[in-house]
Design a protein around this ligand. Sequence first.
Ligand SMILES: [Mg+2]
Length: 335
Amino acid sequence: MRMPTTTSKGRGELALINRIRRRADKASGSGLSLGIGDDCALLRLKPGEEAAVTTDLSIEGRHFRLDLHPPESIGHRALARGLSDIAAMGARPVAAFLSLGAPSELTLPSLPKTPAWIDGFLDGFLTLAHKHKTPLAGGDLAQSQIAIADIVLIGAVPRRKAFLRSGAKPGDLLYVTGSLGGSSLGLRQLGSPGISPGDLAPHLWPQPRIDQGLWLQRKHAASAAIDISDGISTDLHHLCEESGVSGEVQSSCLPIFPGASLEDALNGGEDYELLFTAHPNTRIPRKIVGVPVTRIGVITKFRKANPRVLLVDAFRRSKPMKPLGWEHFRAATPE
Ligand SMILES: [Mg+2]
């Protein structure tokens, strides 16, 4: 966090920055030499590693709603998006940076002795950061008309060993972690009465698959990987296009979250699971660090006349799996 002078920030904001700094200091990580308080953070990579860097923007009205999402969930989800990208590269997280814009009413308590919205946001953010040993190493804070959280995640991965989208070969098998469609189902149910917290968990508290990515990295088990942020239909297209291959998905094998539809699973997005490919001789267990892993299809040779990705049902009937997942700027949905 930059420590600006009193001329550029009010006393309330400085107090808030100090509060963030005190809380961030408690999170430790192996790669942070110098955290919040100086002009830059200093990070230390191990010999033979390279840095994996990703950024994600969360905007009120676009990625979250103040009337539907608890502040803790908004903080959690902002960080989960970045950690999921780190996981998809098979990298370990080293440090997170957070720049927050918020109207002043969100940085002040609405009632005396109650936490402000921003404290709830930080609770969610820092709890997840702590879980994955990712220190908050800096950022910035400014007043803005709507709430905006911009995060930068720095990860580290052994040199030339990061999983890329371009590594899949015909014959490789296609796997996915966890379950699909739960986030989309949860989003539809947000704010409805009588919904159990478990049904909303995939949407409000997605779990980035850091441990699973690191396991695959240690075992050299994956040939390509991507995280499912936009929906498997769109993300599998990305992977196949980058690899110059095609894909075939068995619809009956998809691990669909209970209550979610096939449409949710294919196009819903924000599941933050890992989609990866592995050579057919590579043994992939049914669970990796406690999370189920499901074989859902196979990589095939790309032929110009054929669809890039096929969805095949239990009777071997196939149809093109169109990339209908989340596309930025496509529609002004309240999500
Ligand atoms: Mg991604």
